[in-house]
Design a protein around this ligand. Structure first.
Ligand SMILES: C[S@@+](CC[C@H](N)C(=O)[O-])C[C@H]1O[C@@H](n2cnc3c(N)ncnc32)[C@H](O)[C@@H]1O
Length: 335
């Protein structure tokens, strides 16, 4: 085989293993095995209401990947994976795996979307829409838990994290708010989480176990129609603008500007594509993700984002934290 031929097979070969692991996560198969210590295909099929042949084949595939191992007739999850695959564990990545399974249903029809220009009509997984939404919110937390503390430190080091009252627009379960309150030198700083009611329920569960929980305020609603909380000096817009086109983003920036006190600041975290529209890879692939998932989604370029902020009145808009992935942050100030 030539190098190029091998590379092409390597580039396209991961989808079957991904499907197997994601399906097991959607079905919560790993958790059920961990709960029991070890379990047979029969026991798992009965408990989770699965087809026995399907379960047997999936377990064989997962064994071949060395994620589970079989002794006698029973399977156990290999120790090193347990904290990440058991959905009850604080370190679990299960919500992100389930969210990826939901994305995969759209990605599977990428050619159709590129041809038609619209995402495929939504197809259902094994879980209902409410569980899909919860998984999405907790998937954001899986990622943000790693990024937010580092980002908070960088913003603090740059003198950009000294707010008194922050608005976390589409703040999900509050992961950034918690990290920013922790690093903010102002001990009375507060954060207002503005999100869908179901997302805020997840935030309340986290708040109950956080030393910063009593410094959160909740604003349930739809940020396209409901008024923004005012009297804030920092608006945090994290992983939001890519779900909408320029008009909505301009409106969002204008409404943020109006909500801010004079001298207040906006922070826009996202993944930005280069001027030539050729990368970096996380941005190029995120563009495809938006294409297949949302009719109005897009991948922004840092310059156009800065231009939109400037257009609504912000000053000194700049890429304060550059990054190739979804850790890039643009900041700007209201005069
Ligand atoms: C990609 S997540 C980002 C979550 C969080 N900001 C982060 O960076 O981890 C988008 C968030 O925006 C919220 N959201 C999307 N559309 C919304 C709307 N119209 N009104 C309120 N919240 C919305 C979603 O519920 C979700 O929590």
């Amino acid at each position: 085989m030539t190098d190029a031929r091998e590379k092409l097979f390597a580039l396209t070969g991961g989808w079957q293993t991904a499907c197997a692991v994601l399906a097991a996560s959607e079905l919560d198969l790993f958790t059920e095995i961990v709960k029991r210590g070890s379990a047979t295909a029969d026991e798992l099929a009965r408990e989770l209401e699965l087809d026995l042949q399907g379960t047997t084949y999936l377990l064989a595939a997962l064994s071949s990947l060395n994620l589970i191992e079989k002794t006698g007739g029973a399977f156990r999850v290999v120790d090193e994976y347990v904290p990440y695959l058991d959905s009850r564990s604080p370190e679990t990545i299960t919500p992100m795996l389930r969210h990826q399974a939901n994305c995969l249903r759209n990605w599977a029809q990428l050619a159709w979307t590129v041809k038609s220009g619209v995402p495929i009509p939504s197809t259902c997984g094994v879980n209902d829409a409410f569980v899909e939404f919860q998984d999405f919110i907790l998937a954001m937390d899986v990622i943000a838990k790693q990024i937010a503390p580092v980002m908070a430190q960088k913003l603090q080091d740059a003198g950009l994290l000294n707010f008194k009252r922050m608005l976390d627009l589409g703040g999900a379960s509050g992961t950034y708010s918690f990290a920013f309150l922790e690093k903010n030198p102002n001990p009375d700083a507060k954060s207002v989480l503005f999100d869908r009611p179901a997302a805020l329920e997840e935030a309340k569960i986290k708040a109950a176990n956080s030393p910063f929980g009593d410094r959160l305020e909740y604003c349930p609603g739809d940020f396209y129609v409901d008024p923004y909380p005012t009297d804030v000096d920092f608006v945090w817009i994290s992983a939001i603008i890519h779900q909408q086109g320029d008009d909505e983003t301009e409106k969002m920036f204008r409404r943020s500007f109006e909500a801010l006190r004079p001298g207040g600041r906006v922070g826009v975290r996202d993944v930005y594509i280069n001027d030539n529209f050729t990368g970096p890879k996380p941005a190029a692939f995120f563009g495809l993700n938006m294409l297949v998932r949302r009719k109005d989604g897009k991948v922004y370029n840092a310059k156009e984002t800065i231009a939109l902020l400037t257009k609504v009145g912000f000053q000194n808009a700049r890429l304060a934290l550059p990054a190739d992935d979804m850790s890039a942050v643009i900041v700007a100030e209201k005069p």
